[in-house]
Design a protein around this ligand. Structure first.
Ligand SMILES: Nc1ncnc2c1ncn2[C@@H]1O[C@H](COP(=O)(O)OP(=O)(O)OP(=O)(O)O)[C@@H](O)[C@H]1O
Ligand SMILES: [Mg+2]
Ligand SMILES: [Zn+2]
Length: 593
């Protein structure tokens, strides 16, 4: 059976742990001086080594190597049986699936007995934030009166969800995102061992997409290696990721800044011809705008953006040229586009529209009343219908027949005109504050605040999310009595999180699928393409189980590709809606094929 790369590559001793020197140093010292704590809390982003380090520590306190400072040796009987998971005194508990009081009571019972074979009993409680309140209280008692020879290691990605009482009884160690350069070296070595030549830029791309998570990096590399190629270059990786390089966004943004929609549309056309995914492009482009914002205000954005220095230099050059208004307009427009694109089978049209809006200066009216970048950023997301709405939009005659047709849209009612043509509203300066808007425009921007901020494959998803205000509650749609799309997104997101505990990484799903509906009998997942659909079906059992855990009913998983979904009536309605919006805005009638 094939073992996933990130499992095969799990560090067995401290020296193999990457990027966590601050933690390794403390633990080694405690082991050498026999001052190991009785309770630890390991916090940090997914895939940075929490579980791995917990196991290494468990080995260290039970290792029989004579040299105390060299523990764990990784080769003695105890070390090996801990590695195999057969050591009686090391107990791993997944709090996500054992989160009740009873589970913890059971644990408390077993804690009473002294170690059977080793020196210390070690309890590793993973995803500890998932414990119920009752379970936390039960655990607290044990942590308060720790029996001799027992060590607790609690691990979580979400320490803020833990009660203070638990936190204060543990030694907290924070795992950092692993720098891209460290990841690159690691992956270069793995490739060398497998006789695969990988280019520097390919390595850089994978590691920047890993966003500091070693496991995500290894999963991506694993996917790239899975085709069996002996040579991997940047293009192969890009192809795999269905994304394009940072340069693409720099160039695209530049065209837009130069009010050159036609060249921007050509760039997009090239990318799509190469098989890039329009939805991915939209959300990554939005991430690029966010990067520009960060670079504008933060002196050393390297850590925050987790990007190569050369890309940061390019970003910085562009952020010097772009105004805050333009960034604001970019984020607002693309957030809206990304949200719309999610339910459309024609995301390309929506991206073309976004390009035209941004390149023709329609976003210039967005008023920014504060110099504080983060506040401006929040406003960008929170005030779309009023000041942030591209004000010129309100003045534009939606029915104008001279409006440019985005490439790929075939006008019927009006003569096709080249995208390059200067739109009629271009030289009309927009009033800075304009609340009035026709209904159609209002509708297009009304729910911008609820926009999908995307899951950029780059390094910013988590940070963008963290910056954004929580979308306001949406009224449930009458057609789907129980779940609206926001509920569905939440459920799907919970499932990734739960799934990562089981499968390690569900990155592929995160990037390329969404939950489209739940009815009495089944839940329906839409996958970007056949590959992603296969991946879903490969994990059918786990996904169905997690869905059952999440919604409390047994449901059958149904997965279709976007293409297949596009053939369904419900989807047809959505396309029509998108087409209507385009036609209203540009005064053309797109023909949907
Ligand atoms: N610091 C690291 N050094 C080397 N490899 C690592 C490191 N962190 C993670 N890995 C790789 O990722 C895999 C998963 O790591 P691990 O289970 O320790 O992550 P985690 O922090 O517990 O993640 P999660 O929060 O999702 O539980 C390991 O098997 C290893 O291949
Ligand atoms: Mg873990
Ligand atoms: Zn040992």
């Amino acid at each position: 059976m094939y073992t996933a790369l990130y499992r095969a590559q799990r560090p067995e001793v401290f020296s193999e742990v990457l990027g966590q020197d601050h933690i390794v140093k403390i633990l080694r010292h405690q082991i050498a001086t026999d001052t190991v704590s009785h309770a630890y809390l390991f916090c940090g982003t997914r895939g940075t080594g929490k579980t791995t380090t917990a196991r290494i520590l468990a080995k260290a306190v039970n290792c029989t190597d004579a040299d105390v400072s060299g523990r764990p040796c990784g080769v003695c009987d105890n070390c090996l049986s801990i590695k195999e998971g057969t050591f009686m005194d090391v107990v791993e508990i997944d709090a996500a699936s054992n989160n009740g009081v009873d589970n913890i009571r059971e644990l408390r019972e077993s804690v009473k007995y002294p170690p059977a074979v080793g020196r210390k009993k070690v309890y590793i409680i993973d995803e500890v934030h998932m414990l119920s309140t009752g379970a936390f209280n039960a655990l607290l008692k044990t942590l308060e009166e720790p029996p001799e020879n027992v060590i607790f290691i609690l691990a979580t990605t979400e320490p803020q969800k833990l009660p203070q009482t638990i936190m204060s009884r543990c030694m907290r160690l924070d795992f950092r995102r692993v720098p891209a350069s460290v990841l690159m070296n690691h992956m270069r070595r793995i490739c060398e061992d497998r006789g695969v030549t990988i280019s520097e830029s390919a390595l850089r791309l994978i590691s920047s997409n890993a966003d500091g998570s070693v496991r995500d990096g290894l999963s991506l590399l694993d996917q790239c290696l899975s085709a069996g190629d002996k040579e991997l270059d940047r293009d192969t990786v890009l192809e795999f990721l269905g994304t394009v390089s940072e340069e693409f966004y720099i160039e695209l943004t530049e065209k837009v800044l130069l009010h050159n929609p036609s060249e921007a549309l050509v760039l997009l056309d090239n990318a799509i011809r190469e098989g890039k995914d329009a939805k991915q492009l939209i959300s990554d482009w939005m991430a690029h705008y966010r990067n520009l914002l960060m670079t504008k205000y933060i002196k050393n954005p390297e850590d925050m953006l987790n990007m190569s220095t050369e890309n940061i230099d390019k970003l910085r050059a562009q952020s010097d040229q772009i105004s805050l208004d333009e960034i604001n307009a970019g984020i607002v427009t693309l957030a809206k586009t990304s949200s719309d694109a999610r339910y459309s089978t024609q995301p390309r049209i929506l991206m073309e529209l976004a390009i035209v809006i941004l390149a023709t200066g329609l976003g210039q009216g967005a008023a920014v009343q504060t110099a504080a970048p983060q506040q401006a950023f929040r406003q960008a997301a929170a005030r779309p219908a009023a000041a942030s709405k591209p004000a010129a939009f309100a003045d534009q005659q939606p029915q104008t027949s001279k409006a440019p047709a985005p490439a790929g849209v075939q006008p019927q009612a009006s003569k096709p005109s080249a995208p390059a043509e200067v739109p009629p509203w271009e030289d009309e300066p927009a009033p800075a504050e304009n609340q009035a808007g026709s209904d159609g425009q209002e509708a297009l921007f009304a729910d911008m605040a609820e926009g999908d901020y995307g899951e950029p494959s780059g390094q910013t998803a988590a940070a963008v999310e963290a910056e954004m205000p929580k979308p306001p509650e949406k009224a449930a749609k009458p057609s789907s009595a129980q779940y609206d799309q926001q509920d569905l997104d939440e459920i799907w997101n919970d499932i990734f999180e739960a799934g990562e505990g089981i499968k390690g990484s569900f990155n592929l799903l995160r990037l390329g699928t969404y939950l489209a509906g739940i009815n009495e009998k089944e839940f329906k997942i839409i996958a970007q393409n056949d590959n992603k659909k296969d991946y879903v079906m490969k994990n059918e059992k786990e996904l169905a189980q997690m869905m059952e855990d999440r919604v409390g009913r047994k449901l059958k998983l149904v997965c279709v590709t976007e293409k297949q979904a596009g053939e369904m009536t419900e989807e047809e309605e959505k396309i029509e809606r998108a087409a209507e919006e385009v036609s209203e805005l540009l005064g053309i009638k797109p023909r949907i094929e």
